[in-house]
Design a protein around this ligand. Sequence first.
Ligand SMILES: Nc1ncnc2c1ncn2[C@@H]1O[C@H](COP(=O)(O)OS(=O)(=O)O)[C@@H](OP(=O)(O)O)[C@H]1O
Ligand SMILES: [Mg+2]
Ligand SMILES: [Mg+2]
Ligand SMILES: [Mg+2]
Length: 381
Amino acid sequence: MEVDKYAKELEVAVRIVHLACALCGRVQDRLLTMSSDHVMSKDDDSPVTVADLSVQATISWLLSDNFGSQNVSIVAEEDVETISKPDSAGLLEAVVNTVNESLESASKYGLRSPETILGSSKVLEAIRHCNSAGGPTGRHWVLDPVDGTLGFLRGDQYAVALALIEDGKVVLGVLGCPNYPVKTEWLNYHHQRRQTTSQGSSTTPDAWGKGCVLYARRSSGEAWLQPLISGDKILEWPNCARLIRVSSIDDPALATRCEPVERANSDHSFTAGLAHSVGLRKQPLHVHSMAKYAAIARGDAEIFMKFAKSGYKEKIWDHAAGVVIVEEAGGVVTDAGGRPLDFSKGMYLEGLDRGIIVCSGVILHEKLIEAVYASWDSSNL
Ligand SMILES: Nc1ncnc2c1ncn2[C@@H]1O[C@H](COP(=O)(O)OS(=O)(=O)O)[C@@H](OP(=O)(O)O)[C@H]1O
Ligand SMILES: [Mg+2]
Ligand SMILES: [Mg+2]
Ligand SMILES: [Mg+2]
């Protein structure tokens, strides 16, 4: 790959994700202090908030501003269905205000603000613009505006995930984790809750300390971490970015695994069985969102497994950014059959074999794949 290929795309994407993380931080603060800040249920009963919709609109506007609206294809999670319902006027107003408030601060991130305030039709248009189906050819941005919305609502881990796919391959990924904690074990939702209440301190993001933005470009062999910028600081490029690398631990007895918090999202007993059979000894970290990929890429954990219920189809925006960052940091990501994830088939990871296995290295990965085969054989006897 040419040295400078995707350099502009990466720089713009990183700046955009920093801005989006600040947006989310403000909304989460309000949510935690003012009880309700426009949380709605989508048709599939999953939650959507002012933050999900505002981030999607803001990022859509900024990508179009930087690369030209006709050139920008975006595959993203949210649509305008919920916000267009008759009882959503308050939500729409909040989203329009949040988008404009964030875009006003764009120069702090080296980005441009709109010349005039965006009205509701422009904001809806920006959300709607993210309706690309992706596919095997051309360039497609892939966006999860708030991944781990449940974690976001609980004042816990969530992520802003932006990736670029070209001809079916993820070529760059940026992952903002605004609540990434100071101590690795605080990634564990239950630990965190105990920690904050026993100390009598608040559960607001500031109490956790260490937000970050991770990014990587395919085939560079490098993954980078920037601290989240806060207060009045201006984002200098590349703003004290440091290289990150996966953990070198390959002894299962010393390895830490993470998995989704919700049992509905991954089969905890199946992964516990795999963990036991390869000799993992440590308690798993239950972490909302793609902060799990961040934990592997930074070397804070060695394994992340997700086995969704059969019939559930994994979406590309839940994995694209995390996969390229982990791989460039030295890790391995495949399905349970050992094959790479296929981002070329539209919005779903079509053909995924059972589940997703993310490891810091090949030794742990091979052991887990073997364990999947063994346990699948025995469960199908
Ligand atoms: N049934 C089911 N099975 C598997 N996965 C599902 C399911 N339902 C939803 N999702 C997707 O899971 C995304 C959240 O994943 P997490 O790892 O953060 O889950 S958890 O909150 O820690 O349990 C979540 O992403 P967000 O909607 O962006 O939060 C969903 O895309
Ligand atoms: Mg998601
Ligand atoms: Mg989401
Ligand atoms: Mg969602």
